[in-house]
Design a protein around this ligand. Structure first.
Ligand SMILES: *Cc1c(COP(=O)(O)O)cnc(C)c1O
Length: 456
């Protein structure tokens, strides 16, 4: 007899699969309530105790109580932050990954995972125009991708500038860079050279001016560009910043966590052409490439350099770093600040392979086209106006005469009524409305309904 926890339970297995089948077949997906739901906290008292509970009872508790206190990020009416809308195929394959005991740490253990993940990474790198041989790993999110890429950039910068004290190397970043960039530099003990462009778009000229005006330009070893800011969808001057970085020996990191997906957009991919200059590039499949959380692609132009900085050394790991096989150096664990990792790239790989890249093109383009139609709907109504032109799939708009409290009340009302999840943001200090489109099934009717709900 094996241990009771490892016995196969056919009835429970059916119950869980039934739950998953019900959830994945829902149309429409219910938005649900998040923290606006009544939390059954009292019912949870004593749930964890020496003797276990009936698994079906706890599954029912999750289904009937807890699940409603989570807003479905994959609902087409989730328009806040950046949604997460995994394809059906990616969700199903995530179950395969979960049930197969797949590990994604090393070539030795998991060559079959690594080749598939690397195929997806190579596709993205190629789409971005990065050279053959670029590669990296799928990490937990853009934040981890940024931290890892900037760690390598910092160390390379220190090596290239031996006359600069190690603690004095800096990165040039825009004030509109994602909060995770500032956090990464904080962790790394690297000061930013903060550039504040008037129109929020970081260009080659801004970088050149900032360096010219700085008393210690030689300490700046790298630059971060954003391919689609999270708040407004603005794409920096990716080409100009990249060519400047190449000419001046700066590490070039492109944060495309959200907007990197527009490499799939026939109308907007040209904005991202400069990613071909990147030393490190991040795009989150768990955002606009329709993969389940958590999944960000981190790609280096020169993976060998990244491995030298980030591979963990330990006697029990030596077997991972030696071998005759030409692939033994492709350990995903060596390319970021992590060791054990889930094979989190596989659901994305499966979705890309089964749906085909053309389906990705039309799905990404749908959100961009909807953003442009939403701008027209806003222009047609006199009580709302655009705050700035639409960028990628983000729309910032103003309800004339509203204060911050009115936006909050409106946002809660839409959620309580299960119309949509739309949250306000701030633009230049002012509270404004924001749509982040992503799901290709978000409809014009919904956008119209939301705009009408602001009328009075
Ligand atoms: C979302 C986002 C991040 C952070 O990514 P996570 O996956 O949430 O860690 C970084 N940069 C940009 C531009 C983003 O949109």
């Amino acid at each position: 007899m094996g241990h009771q926890m490892f016995e196969y339970d056919a009835i429970l297995t059916d119950a869980v699969f039934d739950y998953c089948r019900d959830r994945i077949s829902m149309s429409p997906i219910p938005l649900d309530f998040g923290s606006l739901a009544k939390m059954p906290l009292a019912d949870m008292d004593g749930l964890i105790r020496p003797e276990g509970h009936d698994p079906e009872e706890i599954l029912a508790f999750f289904k009937n109580e807890l699940a409603h206190a989570v807003i479905s990020t994959d609902a087409p009416n989730f328009l806040a932050f950046i949604p997460n809308a995994p394809t059906k195929n990616s969700l199903l394959f995530d179950m395969v990954v979960a049930c197969s005991g797949l590990h994604g740490t090393s070539w030795l253990e998991s060559a079959g995972v690594v080749v598939a993940e690397n195929q997806a990474l190579a596709y993205l790198a190629d789409l971005a125009g990065m050279p053959f041989g670029s590669g990296g790993a799928f990490v937990s999110g853009g934040s981890m991708g940024n931290l890892s890429g900037l760690t390598v950039g910092r160390d390379v910068g220190r090596t290239l500038r031996p006359t600069v004290a190690p603690h004095e190397v800096r990165f040039a970043i825009s004030a509109d860079a994602h909060s995770s960039i500032g956090k990464a530099l904080h962790v790394l003990g690297v000061e930013p050279l903060l550039v504040t462009p008037d129109d929020h778009r970081f260009t080659r000229e801004h970088l050149a001016e900032a360096l010219a005006a700085d008393p210690h330009p030689e300490t700046v070893v790298g630059v971060v560009a954003t391919a689609g800011t999270t708040n407004a969808g603005i794409v920096d001057d990716i080409e100009g910043l990249g060519s400047f970085a190449r000419e001046h020996g700066l590490w070039y990191h492109v944060d495309g966590a959200y907007g990197g997906a527009s490499l799939f957009s026939p109308t907007h991919r040209h904005l991202l052409e400069g990613i071909r200059h990147a030393d490190s590039f991040v795009v989150d499949p768990h955002k606009w490439l329709f993969a389940p959380l958590d999944c960000a692609a981190l790609v280096y132009r020169n993976p060998t350099v990244a491995r030298k900085v980030l591979a963990q050394q330990a006697s029990y790991l030596d077997v991972l770093h030696t071998g005759d096989d030409e692939h033994y150096e492709w350990n995903p664990s060596d390319f970021a600040i992590h060791l054990s990792r889930r094979a989190r790239g596989l659901p994305f790989w499966y979705s890309l392979a089964t749906n085909g890249t053309l389906a990705y093109e039309t799905a990404v383009q749908a959100a961009i086209d909807l953003a442009e139609r939403a701008a027209v709907m806003i222009d047609e109504r006199d009580y709302v106006e655009l705050v700035r032109p639409v960028s990628l799939s983000i729309v910032l708009f103003r309800r004339k005469g509203w204060n911050a409290d009115q936006y909050t009340e409106w946002s809660h009302r839409l959620l309580r009524n299960q119309v949509a999840f739309v949250t306000p943001t701030k633009w230049e200090g002012e509270t404004v409305g924001r749509f982040a489109f992503l799901h290709p099934d978000t409809s014009d009717e919904l956008v119209r309904e939301i705009l009408e709900s602001m009328r009075d």
